[in-house]
Design a protein around this ligand. Sequence first.
Ligand code: CO
Length: 156
Amino acid sequence: MFTYIHHVGIACRDLDAKIDFYRETFGLILVSQEGSLQEGVREAMLQVGENGQLAASPLGREATPSYVQLLEPLGPDSPVGKFLTKRGEGIHHIGYAVADIAEAMSEIGAAGVQIIDKLPRHGSMGSSIAFLHPRDVGGVLTELVQVAAVAGHGVR
Ligand code: CO
């Protein structure tokens, strides 16, 4: 069902400082920065390595990058803000790639895991995402990610 680890979400207090840290210390590549007032968060996606890894996809085996997703809350009452208050900076969630998010949600839901999002919603870089309740995943907030179809790769 999961094809690879797409990203690890990390909660932080100072997004710009953490972006600099990950770029300068580990050589990660900043590929996207977005913000959502609705979700009360600023975020950045940093690619690990230049070429990605080989992973199974509906189109066969292809190189797929993985990312670190840095999350800074816009306020203390946002979901990430509450997480920071309670747990401090650190790993917030793990995002797994799936080929078909609707199918994955249906199968995982049928297995008794609560899916927080009733329908897939928009994630970073044109992806479709849904979160699973950490209570049903051993305390780990878990995200399903169906990546956007890459131009020139046909319909996914
Ligand atoms: Co995420």
